[in-house]
Design a binder for this molecule. Structure first.
Ligand code: FES
Length: 110
């Protein structure tokens, strides 16, 4: 069993905020979304067309920062379950990435 991989500290993320990661521990690109004390992780691949969601580095949220936004065709996804609730792929979901919070740090779960 491999050790959890450290990503960043919770307080490095804006609240609400998001941050993208590439080339970490052999993982496909993924991103984190912070909402208060919670953090969610998803692959950076939209279920609609397979495009990356961000329009610039670390920009994964809607204008109001209450939804995840795919910049390609404006699909909106729930932050907590990654399900598309508006746009061209309703009901489809982002692929979750398992993460863990420990002592203020965010880790890729083993
Ligand atoms: S690729 Fe994301 S909405 Fe089309």
């Amino acid at each position: 069993m491999s050790a959890p991989v450290y990503l960043c500290r919770l307080d490095e993320l804006a609240d609400p905020g998001s941050k993208g990661f590439e080339d970490i521990d052999g993982q496909k690109p993924f991103f984190l979304v912070r909402r208060g004390p919670e953090v969610f992780g998803y692959r950076n691949t939209c279920p609609h067309y397979g495009a990356p969601l961000d329009w610039k580095p670390d920009a994964f949220l809607s204008y109001d920062k209450d939804m995840i936004l795919c910049s390609m065709h404006s699909a909106l996804f729930n932050i907590d379950d990654g399900i598309c609730v508006d746009g061209p792929c309703p009901g489809q979901g982002l692929e979750p990435v398992k993460i863990a919070l420990k002592d203020g740090g965010i880790f890729l779960a083993a």
